[in-house]
Structures are given as structure tokens and as C-alpha cells.
Ligand binder design. Structure first.
Ligand SMILES: *Cc1c(COP(=O)(O)O)cnc(C)c1O
Length: 443
């Protein structure tokens, strides 16, 4: 069988699809070159249209936590497909998936399924504004919450890669209702609430930011940043929305909330919880799924019982819930141990290679999630993340790709491992690293 090369496909794609891609970072805009067009994937390996094989460290940006074409997941989808692709009516898998999420994440009492993380955050904002009868949303620079108009200001990753301040096409009145603060800046949060507390519907934050690279929330005086946000919001009649679209069921079995949540008993002085949470990526196992959930009184505001309209023709799709449930079935304690071990081993390998080559770097992690910054000092926010040597990253990226390792094509992304990243797979990455580190060093 003859087939088109990636270069041919990219040329054709650029004629019929803007920039040749259906999501910006895929275009390799910041690192240059032609993106490989992928034709199949299995476990931790990808295959492209040019007959090349790569070790994957993107994992479809998070969902492929069990590796590609996992037998249990594929079989569940095949079986569901045989029973019908979509009903537009309630089906059992929706209930089981909601029960699974709720059983892992204590603050979620009710959940609604949507088709993407973007829809999840968009809907959570609507609920928060309805619940508080207020308009203003507070977000943090470098946090990405999908391409929701109100949340595109200083949104990290794709937006960071293309050095856009936000996005064209967002109205001034929408932008006016979003206040962007530096991540981790408690004084700025306190000052904003002192001035405009009665206008603020909600603070939205990534539970652990991972779209400017991984920037875990820091403690101060024994109070974690997320708990501080919860306390500040609640003291002012506002809500806290914790976005776990990326960290959910990846950072730990209970997402980042499992790393960061209250250690005390619910209701105790030190207990805290987000009011609403958003999910995506892992919960769909590679099919388009998002979800938002939280306090029952808030979720009860949704139509048809309540006044907040929210809907979806394909929401709760039976293939999507089958893929999500089969993924959860594979995510037991042992799976998180495997993920944690693969993540630690890889961090050590990268650190060793970059240190040997004399390349300044900082590796930061949140649970099993991590990223590599090409700079000396720790990154605590977006300004730090942007102050890294992206040219060194670009050289490193291309050398890794050449050696058969597919990294995220941006210096502002987490590296994604899966349970299929076995010691043999990690050995292949280890073999590629010294050459890539040398390339990074060769300015
Ligand atoms: C990926 C992501 C989103 C958006 O999800 P999509 O499914 O791409 O719309 C929202 N929030 C966070 C934290 C994400 O990482």
C-alpha cells in the first residue's frame, strides 16, 4: 500500500484546514518543521505516515494514561459501538461514570457530562454566576481553562506558544468581567477582594497549573494556595472552581485534590473544598468527554430543575462513557504506582542528561505529572515560565524527535507518561537523551 507522506499530507492540510491543524499546538509553530501525521499507536509507541516509530510523551495531552489502543478500552468501545453509537436519551454508562468520579472525588456530589474540558469550564462559570448573581471571574496568568471567551486572557500553553495576549474576537465587555492575577500571589487576591469582593462570582484555578509547564501551588504558613483561595472566596460570598481537566485522575487516583485536599475530617477547621470542579482528558479515555460537578445545591441550579440552561446532543455518549469506564477500571493503585515510578525515573534521566551537558534546567512536578523548564530557578508563575531558553528547548525537541521520542512541541507543556511506559520504553528515551541534551547546549 502506498500512502502519502507527512509532508504531502501537511501541504494538503494547509489548503483545507487553517494552518493544517484542528488545534494550534499541533502545527509545530513554535518549534518549526513538519508535524508527523500519525497513523496508528499502541502502548507507548506512535507510528507516522512516513513509517517512523516514536516513543510518545504527549499521550494525546493526557487522556491516554493507560497507553494507546489499550485492549480493555478498545474492547469496551467496540462492544458499546455494537449496541448503538448515540441515543440522545439516558443510558446506563452515564450513571456508572458519574458514580466512579464521585466515589474518588469527595467534593463532587453531582456531575454532568459534556464533550470537552472547554464546555466543562464554560458551564461551571455559568452556574457560579447564577448562584451568586455576580459577573466577575478571577483567573490566574498561565492557567488554561479551554477556549472559553471569558478565560482566554493570559492562558498559557498554546496561547503562550504563540505569544498572544489572549485572543482576537473576544468582546471588550467579556474581557471586562475577567480579572487576571499572578499565580500564587496571595496579596493580589486579598487586595482584589477588598476592592471588588461583592462583584466576584468565582475564582477559577487549575488545581495544579500544568499549562505553563507544571507549577505546583505553594504553601505559606501551613496553608496551601488552593485552601487559601477557598477561604478567601467563601469569606466574600464567592465560589472556588478547581479545574482538574488535566490533573484529574492523573496527578493521583483522586486527582490533584488527592494530593492537596483536606487532611482533616470534613467539617473540621482545616477542611476545605472547591465548590465546583471540572474534568476531561482521562475521564474519556481518548474519546471526547468533559464533566463538571460539585455541591448538590449548585448543580441543582441546572435545567430542567433549575434556571441555568446547559445541554448537549452527544453529552453522555455511550462510546465515550464506555472508554472512560474502561480507563477507570485500569486505574487502580498499582497503575498509579507504575505511573509514579515511570515519572520519577524519567525525571531523573532528564536531569542527569541535562546536568551532564551543562544545560540549565528545573524539573517541577505535581503528583505523577511533571515538566522541564530550560532555566536556572524554580518557576512560581507565568512570568518565570516565559523567562526560559525556548531556543534550547527547540534544539532539544528536534534532537529527541530525530532519535524517535515525541515530546510536546512547546516548552510550556507537561510531559505525559502512561502505564505502558515500561522500563524498556524508558531505556529508549534514556538512549535519546544525551544527544538531545548536547544539542540543547550547542547554542
Ligand atoms: C485541556 C484543558 C482544558 C480544555 O479541555 P478541552 O477538552 O481541550 O476543551 C481545560 N482546562 C485544563 C486545565 C486543561 O488542561
Amino acid at each position: 500500500m502506498t500512502s502519502a507522506s507527512s509532508a504531502d499530507l501537511f501541504t494538503r492540510a494547509q489548503k483545507v484546514i487553517p494552518s493544517g491543524v484542528n488545534s494550534p499546538v499541533r502545527a509545530f509553530g513554535s518549534v518549526g518543521g513538519t508535524p508527523p501525521f500519525l497513523t496508528s499507536a499502541k502502548g507507548a509507541l506512535l507510528h507516522d505516515a512516513d513509517g517512523r516509530e516514536y516513543v510518545d510523551l504527549v499521550g494525546s495531552w493526557g487522556p491516554m494514561i493507560l497507553g494507546h489502543a489499550h485492549e480493555g478500552v478498545v474492547e469496551a468501545v467496540r462492544e458499546a459501538a455494537g449496541r448503538g453509537l448515540s441515543f440522545g436519551a439516558p443510558q446506563p454508562g452515564e450513571v456508572t461514570l458519574a458514580e466512579e468520579v464521585i466515589s474518588r472525588i469527595a467534593p463532587v456530589e453531582q456531575l454532568r457530562l459534556v464533550n470537552s474540558g472547554t464546555e466543562a469550564t464554560m458551564s461551571a462559570l455559568r452556574v457560579a454566576r447564577a448562584a451568586t448573581s455576580r459577573d466577575v471571574i478571577v483567573k490566574f496568568a498561565g492557567c488554561y481553562h479551554g477556549h472559553v471567551d471569558a478565560l482566554l486572557a493570559e492562558a498559557g500553553s498554546g496561547v503562550a506558544t504563540f505569544a498572544m495576549p489572549g485572543s482576537a474576537g473576544v468582546t471588550a465587555s467579556t474581557a471586562r468581567d475577567t480579572v487576571v492575577l499572578p499565580y500564587g500571589d496571595r496579596e493580589a487576591v486579598t487586595a482584589l477582594f477588598a476592592e471588588r469582593g461583592s462583584e466576584i462570582a468565582a475564582i477559577i484555578t487549575e488545581a495544579a497549573p500544568a499549562n505553563m509547564g507544571v507549577v505546583p501551588p505553594l504553601e505559606a504558613d501551613g496553608v496551601g494556595f488552593n485552601r487559601f483561595l477557598s477561604q478567601t472566596a467563601h469569606a466574600n460570598g464567592a465560589l472556588l472552581i478547581s479545574d482538574e481537566v488535566l490533573t484529574g485522575f492523573r496527578a493521583s487516583r483522586e486527582g490533584y485534590y488527592g494530593v492537596d485536599g483536606p487532611t482533616g475530617v470534613a467539617g473540621a477547621d482545616d477542611a476545605w473544598a472547591p465548590d465546583l470542579m471540572t474534568f476531561g482528558k482521562v475521564i474519556g479515555g481518548g474519546l471526547p468527554v468533559g464533566a463538571f460537578g460539585g455541591r448538590k445545591d449548585l448543580m441543582g441550579l441546572l435545567a430542567p430543575a433549575g434556571p441555568v440552561y446547559q445541554a448537549g446532543t452527544l453529552s453522555g455518549n455511550p462510546l465515550a462513557t464506555a472508554a472512560g469506564l474502561a480507563t477507570f477500571a485500569g486505574l487502580d493503585e498499582a497503575a498509579y504506582e507504575t505511573l509514579g515510578a515511570a515519572s520519577s525515573t524519567l525525571q531523573q534521566l532528564v536531569a542527569d542528561a541535562l546536568t551532564t551537558a551543562g544545560v540549565p534546567h528545573v524539573i517541577q512536578s505535581a503528583g505523577t505529572l511533571f515538566s522541564v523548564f530550560f532555566r536556572e530557578d524554580p518557576v512560581t508563575g507565568y512570568a518565570d515560565a516565559k523567562a526560559q531558553d525556548t531556543a534550547a528547548f527547540t534544539r532539544f525537541f528536534h534532537a529527541m524527535l530525530e532519535a524517535g521520542v515525541y515530546l510536546p512541541p512547546s516548552a510550556f507543556e507537561a510531559w505525559f507518561v502512561s502505564t505502558a511506559h515500561t522500563p524498556e520504553v524508558l531505556d529508549r528515551i534514556a538512549a535519546a537523551l544525551p544527544g538531545a541534551a548536547k544539542a540543547a547546549a550547542s547554542a
